[in-house]
Write a protein that binds this ligand. Structure first.
Ligand code: IMP
Length: 424
């Protein structure tokens, strides 16, 4: 597998965790490069259920080095809670590396995330309220506190004092919220720093050395292409870069070093939070997909909006990520539907749109143009190879490949890591 990037090809929640888990077994290193604990996946290993938001699940394999790269935002309390949970089951944490340049999420970020969302009223973004956006705002404003600052007490004290003053003005004067307390944050965070210091280093050197040494390195994306701050459905996006280019910035590696890029998609589409969603199903088929596909958020528990597969979105994901393949998850969720639809284009004001619009006001009111496909009723969850799939399911997969001009490399037919079929 050498150097492979895995990215979400839709609006996040594509089942990346399962594919990452499958590939992590063969990986010497797994790298997160963007986002924070707004992501999340559940991994079951040796009968234990782990809910991880920040630490790559590769940590469960004995020899895999797990990197939290410079482009991430780290909530120290969350990472320590995950470490404690893993330690309870004897997981060796010396393989965890956190970049010195990763930004630290502080209580005022969480507070401002909540207050600014409330102030937006019905125009809210629907964020996870984990402080992600406000932390990246500080990074862009160049007042952020990085892991290297956190573990340097005098630097931390000075930067924190400055920021608490600015943020309390925003919290109290702008939003009428409750101010944060400097002493409390300082005491809590210096205790976190003491525990985290030994994991902090320049991870871009580690990643480069691993690639140069010919190791298998897996870049683990969080969220999905449509949530990308630049090319996604702005403003209903996250504040980082979930597209493949995000790995270059967020892990400090050059683009020529990443060879393969696999996009993870579901056999249908879901989204959480606000924003236009052309193939959304507000009917019993949408409910059926939500219930059979267990489409409720790992991080927030929110029910996900569900709809038909959208080939316009997948073509966009192929383009902006340079995908070399697709892993199509949850094909089994579609079993039992008489007719399946795939959106092949959009129509707006009588005109056909070939490409995904760059402006959501253009996306708003786009009507999907569907192609229909015959469904199947056979249980596919115990298929051992694509040869075991019903003809109608194979036709569906072949249609996807043709519509998006990208090979489907893996097909998910159930939640277990064994329920994954190789197409090629
Ligand atoms: P934030 O990342 O918490 O700022 O939220 C911004 C938008 O991204 C909201 O619509 C969230 O629901 C969405 N989002 C963030 N992380 C995820 C994820 O892991 N899966 C799906 N949506 C996400």
């Amino acid at each position: 597998m050498a150097v492979t990037a895995l990215v979400g090809a839709q609006w996040g929640d594509e089942g990346k965790g399962k594919i990452i888990d499958i590939l992590a077994e063969k990986s010497d290193m797994v790298v997160r490069a963007q986002g924070g604990n707004n992501a999340g996946h559940t991994v079951v290993a040796d009968g234990v259920t782990y809910k991880l938001h920040l630490i790559p699940s590769g940590i469960l394999y004995k020899n895999t080095v797990c990197v939290i790269g410079n482009g991430t935002v780290v909530d120290p309390a969350v990472v320590l809670a995950e470490m404690d949970e893993l330690a309870k089951y004897g997981v060796d944490l010396s393989r965890l590396k956190i970049d010195a340049r990763a930004h630290v999420i502080l209580p005022y970020h969480i507070s401002i995330d909540e207050l600014s969302e409330a102030a937006r009223g019905s125009g809210d973004i629907g964020t996870t309220k984990k402080g992600i956006g406000p932390c990246y705002m500080d990074k862009a404003e160049r007042i952020g506190i990085r892991m290297c600052d956190l573990i340097n007490l005098s630097v931390f004290r000075e930067k924190l004092a400055n920021n608490v003053k600015i943020k309390n003005d925003i919290i109290v004067k702008l939003y009428g919220g409750k101010p944060v307390d400097f002493d409390r944050i300082y005491n809590d965070y210096t205790a976190y720093a003491e525990r985290l210091a030994k994991y902090v280093c320049d991870t871009s050197v580690l990643v480069y050395d691993a690639i140069k040494a010919g190791k298998n390195v897996l870049f683990e994306g969080a969220q999905g292409a449509l949530l990308d701050l630049d090319v996604g459905t702005y403003p209903y996006v996250t504040s980082s870069h979930p597209v493949s280019g995000g790995f270059c910035i967020g892990a400090g590696v050059g683009p020529t070093l990443i060879k393969d890029c696999i996009g993870i998609a579901k056999a249908y589409t879901t989204r959480v939070g606000k924003g236009p969603f052309p193939t959304e199903l507000d009917d019993e088929i949408g409910d059926r997909i939500r219930n059979l596909g267990a489409e409720f958020g790992t991080t927030t528990g929110r029910p996900r909006r569900c709809g038909w597969l959208d080939a316009v979105i997948l073509r966009f994901a192929v383009r902006v990520n340079g995908l070399t393949g697709i892993a199509l998850n949850k094909l089994d969720t579609l079993t039992g539907l008489k007719t399946l639809k795939i959106c092949v284009g959009y129509k707006k004001n009588g005109a056909e749109l070939r490409d995904f619009p760059s402006d959501i006001s253009e996306l708003e009111g786009c009507e999907p143009v569907y192609e229909e496909f015959e469904g199947w009723t056979e249980d596919i969850t115990s298929a051992k190879s694509v040869k075991d799939l019903p003809k109608a399911a194979m036709n569906y997969l072949k249609a996807v490949e043709k519509l998006i001009d990208c090979p489907v490399k893996m097909v998910g037919v159930g939640p277990d890591r064994t329920q994954n079929l190789e197409m090629r």
